[in-house]
Design a protein around this ligand. Structure first.
Ligand SMILES: NC(=O)c1ccc[n+]([C@@H]2O[C@H](COP(=O)([O-])OP(=O)(O)OC[C@H]3O[C@@H](n4cnc5c(N)ncnc54)[C@H](OP(=O)(O)O)[C@@H]3O)[C@@H](O)[C@H]2O)c1
Length: 350
């Protein structure tokens, strides 16, 4: 028999994963957790816009915990504070279900031994594994760029940029409260504000993982964020962004080694892809400085002629989840560690 899988939350990523679970003959949908009252009790097939499954969505955590399942695909919306979902994830792990989440926890070790220990202990109690994955964080630095460093005889520094058009994101809570769009630029505190803290925690995991695997010790991870105001009133899927309020966020971190920038990660989200500064730029670009210098760009395109609204950005996040299922279930208890073969590794002086 195949693996029994629960899907936790049915937003854009959750629905993409739900459909992928229903489409795979080796997986059986065992349960569906939702936050929305509207979806409570609704058949998973209706939510996925496919045939009935007999599995009804529930808002009851107790009901989900009581289900026998091999894995939970956890796609809850990130919340402030970053630790909001910890208790749910720990309860799932303790109850004997492996967890793959897209809502953080890519490298809990980045926040120190105590945070990692909480998850690790839950994994040991339930004989389970936790893996936080997605495209970025999860794949871009931790697997793709790390893999590329294996081509270098010497590695000086790495600059990675993500640029995404967020204007079609439908959910106002996500766009205005979690992404920080539409706020008055003077109200946005990019150094100590709650959103800055959320994203500093989230993306420092990718940077710390990259640093640990390339054998460097960071002096610090410095943030260097900015927001850009709307040049006109914008009518986007989630609502209206008035001229002068936040229309783009540029989150940027530098991992500093021996006083110099070793890795820079920029995550740029714009509600106005027509802004002049973003014209002609790729979805992802990677500049590796070393011997040799390497330049890589990656773009994605939305599916053509699909009856579904699923966009490339959702598939590119769900792919690393779905493809990790067998390995995460088979892994020993603990926090999962995706290993890239033979990346560049900085050696200590003899
Ligand atoms: N690493 C990556 O590359 C990457 C890329 C994209 C997204 N993500 C992450 O993946 C997660 C899902 O993204 P998404 O685009 O699917 O988000 P989304 O469309 O905004 O939906 C997430 C779902 O979360 C549920 N939700 C509603 N209120 C919530 C609350 N207060 N707390 C927790 N969950 C709540 C809802 O589920 P129901 O509709 O079922 O009630 C909602 O549909 C997010 O945490 C996002 O940051 C990661």
């Amino acid at each position: 028999m195949g693996y029994r899988v629960i899907v936790w939350a049915t937003g854009a990523i959750g629905k993409t994963c739900l459909r992928a679970v229903l489409a795979r003959p080796d997986l059986e949908l065992a349960g569906l957790f939702v936050y929305s009252e509207r979806k409570d009790g609704v058949d998973a097939g209706t939510i996925a816009r496919s045939a009935p499954t007999g599995v009804l969505a529930t808002r009851s955590r107790a009901q989900i915990l009581a289900i026998e399942a091999d894995l939970v695909i956890h796609t809850a919306r990130l919340q402030v504070p970053y630790e909001t979902h910890d208790d749910d994830i720990i309860a799932l792990l303790r109850s004997g279900k492996n967890v793959i989440t897209t809502a953080g926890n890519h490298y809990p070790q980045a926040h120190g031994a105590e945070r990692a220990r909480r998850f690790d202990q839950a994994c040991r109690e339930g004989n389970t594994t936790l893996y936080g994955v997605g495209m970025n964080p999860g794949f871009l630095l931790e697997r793709m760029v790390l893999g590329l460093t294996g081509l270098c005889v010497e590695l000086e520094s790495v600059e990675v940029e993500e640029l995404l058009d967020a204007s079609t994101m439908p959910d106002p809570d996500f766009v205005f409260n979690v992404m920080g769009m539409g706020a008055r630029t003077s109200d946005v505190d990019l150094s100590t504000g709650a959103l800055a803290h959320l994203y500093d925690q989230l993306y420092s995991e990718a940077i710390q993982f990259f640093g640990d695997r390339t054998g460097v010790t960071f002096d610090s991870i410095e943030s260097d964020h900015r927001v850009l105001p709307a040049e006109r009133d914008l009518h986007v899927s989630a609502g209206t962004i008035t001229m002068g309020s936040v229309a783009a966020t540029e989150w940027r971190w530098h991992g500093i080694v021996d006083g110099a920038r070793f890795v820079t990660l920029s995550v740029i989200w714009t509600m106005d892809p027509t802004m002049t500064i973003y014209q002609g730029r790729d979805h992802w670009s990677v500049e590796i400085h070393g011997k040799p210098d390497l330049h890589l760009t990656l773009n994605m395109s939305d599916p053509k002629d699909s009856p579904l609204k699923t966009r490339a950005g959702q598939y590119i996040t769900a792919g690393p989840v779905m493809n990790a299922i067998d390995d995460v279930i088979a892994a020993p208890a603990g926090i999962f560690s995706p290993e890239v073969f033979a990346p560049y590794r900085r050696r200590q002086d003899a």
